[in-house]
Design a protein around this ligand. Structure first.
Ligand code: SF4
Length: 366
């Protein structure tokens, strides 16, 4: 088992674009939730040594200090290896020195901050409540307390946004002097405030120009995944578990996991979860589906799929697969040393390549 994801489904405010599994914070409910989470973990976690532990949400730092410590205490039973990565997602305006002290006490060594944008107009559009100054203040506070492995989330392609506004954001993100940036082109999901307000996407060419601008301006980072940029040694080990199609537990409301070719989704109903009914959906993947996922997830990495690892996992020479051969000939994939990846000029439109990997018979190559 490589990784563990923990979901904390509480937020103090609701962002206009959010379709995650979350609800407004209530102390009493959060307390009951942590009791249920503890039971779920002890019923399913088998003392495996874990490489990465990730607390996401929701807003994990919406918990009161007492409940945050209760959570970290529950998670201290998860055994981490020596080179572990232990991340917590945090909301900027709720982050306090007291919380950071708790992070350090319990071994958290990476913090992911939901910055999204520095532009007040768009922060308000997204229903985020921090200011530009607060972002710098909280990042400095983390660094002063010794947490330097910091990720910031950056949303662009917000309706009305111009290329020069995105450029201003990029410059400020760079000024934070942090080692990891996750970028997201705004998605208008169903059942969100944006969708209910009939919000429209920005022009696709502008979206592409913004993406390319981000890539060119973040050239001091390694662009290692479609949307992710890291300084040397700071790739997200946790997210690499997903993109490498490796095993992980997901604990908590609405969390998902992948263990021994079985994918599962936990209940999204709080009452079901509190009553001990954790897993709602379980699906055993066939070898064809497993290999399909290996491609879909692996090609998100800019270096793509490692040819030797693929051979070891499936006993198949990936280059012998017809669709791979066809896409290499068309120039859409490139085989470079040990790696098979999407050619640079197709990264933005990668989805149109990935659909070609769906529903194929890979078993015949084994
Ligand atoms: S903080 Fe995160 S989970 Fe909560 S509403 Fe905003 S985007 Fe959704």
């Amino acid at each position: 088992m490589k990784s563990v994801y923990i979901h904390i489904p509480f937020c103090k405010t609701i962002c206009s674009y959010c379709d995650f599994c979350k609800r407004f914070y209530e102390e009493e409910l959060a307390k009951k939730y942590l009791d249920a989470l503890e039971k779920e973990i002890s019923s399913r976690y088998k003392n495996e040594v874990i490489s990465t532990l990730y607390i996401g949400g929701g807003t994990p730092n919406s918990l009161s200090d007492t409940l945050l410590e209760k959570l970290l205490n529950i998670l201290s039973k998860i055994i981490l290896n020596k080179e572990y990565e232990y991340t917590i997602e945090c909301n900027i305006e709720l982050l306090t020195k007291g919380q950071i002290k708790l992070f350090e006490k319990y071994g958290i060594n990476r913090v992911s901050l939901g910055v999204q944008t520095f532009n007040e107009k768009y922060l308000s559009f997204l229903n985020r409540h921090h200011s530009k100054d607060e972002v710098f203040e909280k990042v400095n506070m983390l660094k002063e307390e010794g947490i330097t492995n910091i990720n910031v989330d950056f949303i662009y392609a917000i309706p009305g946004e111009t290329l020069s506004e995105v450029e201003s954001d990029i410059e400020l993100f760079k000024k934070l002097d942090i080692p990891h940036i996750s970028t997201y082109s705004l998605i208008i999901e169903d059942h969100t405030i944006l969708k209910n307000n009939d919000t429209k996407y920005i022009d696709e060419d502008l979206d592409r120009n913004m993406y390319e601008l981000i890539i060119s301006k973040l050239d001091s980072f390694k662009h290692y995944e479609t949307s992710n940029f890291a300084k040397e040694g700071f790739k997200s080990k946790h997210n690499l578990t997903y993109w490498n199609n490796e095993n992980y537990y997901g604990f908590g409301l609405g969390a998902s996991g992948y263990i021994n070719n079985t994918r599962y989704d936990n209940a999204r109903s709080m009452s079901k979860y509190l009553s001990g009914s954790y897993i709602e959906l379980e699906e055993n993947l066939s070898i064809n589906e497993t290999i399909e996922n290996e491609f879909i997830l692996g090609f998100r990495k800019i270096d793509g799929i490692n040819i030797n690892t693929f051979k070891k996992k499936y006993n198949v020479d990936v280059l012998s697969i017809d669709i791979v051969d066809k896409l290499i000939k068309e120039g859409k994939l490139k085989a470079d040393g040990d790696n098979l990846s999407i050619s640079d000029e197709y990264i933005y439109t990668a989805n149109s390549i990935l659909i070609e990997f769906l529903g194929l018979d890979y078993e015949r190559y084994i």
